[in-house]
Write a protein that binds this ligand. Structure first.
Ligand SMILES: [Fe+2]
Ligand SMILES: [Fe+2]
Length: 300
């Protein structure tokens, strides 16, 4: 069975560092993909899910860290925690702008906070097997979610149709800075899962949970934004819009999403086989927010 162990691509691994970015949302319009509220709001769901979701990653990984014996993986996890904390904050900072534009996200984010802090939080479990089991379930769930953050990161780095359509440059930079760091650290969560447990049945089970939850939360979040958008009289999120946006390159296509499922469930899957670290680093070297952060860190 040794040949079926996931084999990482060594050249895709680099040391990770958090970049202390800041974005100015003053000029970002309500429909930051001009003339396409449905695609705008589908992507806006990231700002609803990621602040609480990535805070939860950090919370779980602080508990997992003492169990990690491999020194390089420990370094990766510390870099990962720093990056995810920054991502969570950056998406959180978009919410006041959405509120200013008439889209109060609080009814939705209150539910997402409950999901991550209570349902997926630390249950009152005694130390020992039960507590370890719950930690491993969450570590495996993070690996499954990170398959999708890497998928979306790779997609947005290559989504030239958004530039051609005149999408807001600040929002594009947020998405691509974040997407590039997701591609950069795409192997960490899977490596942690394999290091601490790696059970195939657990991988499949937690993938099914994470995938169903993502689909549920995403369509609900898109409907929430469309229904509450003050500029739309009868805002609805439709599957037809979703298909159209995929064809136009405003969103990933359903075909690409479906193909990503057997990828993750393959016994030889390793995240380093998908996406390009070189492309991610190239973007980070020209991202306005990341280069400003770099300059500020250099001058400090
Ligand atoms: Fe992230
Ligand atoms: Fe991530």
């Amino acid at each position: 069975m040794a040949s079926l162990r996931p084999q990482p691509v060594a050249t895709e691994h680099i040391p990770l560092k958090a970049r202390n970015v800041a974005f100015d949302w003053t000029d970002t319009p309500l429909h930051w993909i001009p003339g396409d509220p449905a695609s705008t709001h589908t992507i806006n769901v990231l700002h609803l899910l990621l602040p609480a979701g990535e805070r939860w990653f950090v919370h779980v990984y602080k508990q997992a860290l003492p169990h990690i014996r491999d020194p390089r993986l420990r370094e990766d996890v510390i870099g990962f925690i720093g990056q995810e904390a920054m991502h969570s904050q950056a998406h959180d900072d978009v919410l006041p702008r959405l509120k200013e534009l008439g889209l109060d996200p609080t009814p939705y984010t209150a539910q997402v906070d409950w999901l991550f802090e209570k349902l997926l939080g630390d249950r009152t479990l005694p130390p020992g097997r039960a507590r370890k089991w719950w930690l491993m379930e969450r570590v495996a769930m993070i690996a499954a979610i990170e398959h999708y953050t890497a998928f979306l990161g790779d997609w947005v780095l290559n989504a030239e149709a958004l530039d051609a359509k005149g999408a807001d440059p600040t929002m594009l930079d947020l998405l691509r800075w974040h997407g590039a760091e997701e591609v950069e650290h795409r192997s960490v969560a899977f490596d942690v899962f394999v290091h601490l447990d790696g059970g195939y049945r657990r991988r499949v089970r937690t993938w099914a949970t994470a995938f169903s939850a993502l689909v549920f939360l995403w369509q609900r979040g898109t409907r929430f934004f469309m229904a509450n958008d003050p500029s739309l009289t009868d805002g609805k999120a439709t599957f037809k819009d979703f298909l159209r946006a995929g064809r136009q390159g405003m969103l990933p296509t359903p075909g690409a999403m479906l193909r990503s499922i057997p990828q993750y469930l393959s016994r030889t899957y390793h995240p380093s086989h998908h996406g390009s670290t070189a492309q991610a680093v190239a973007y980070l070297n020209r991202s306005p927010a990341a280069t400003a952060a770099e300059a500020a860190a250099g001058g400090a």
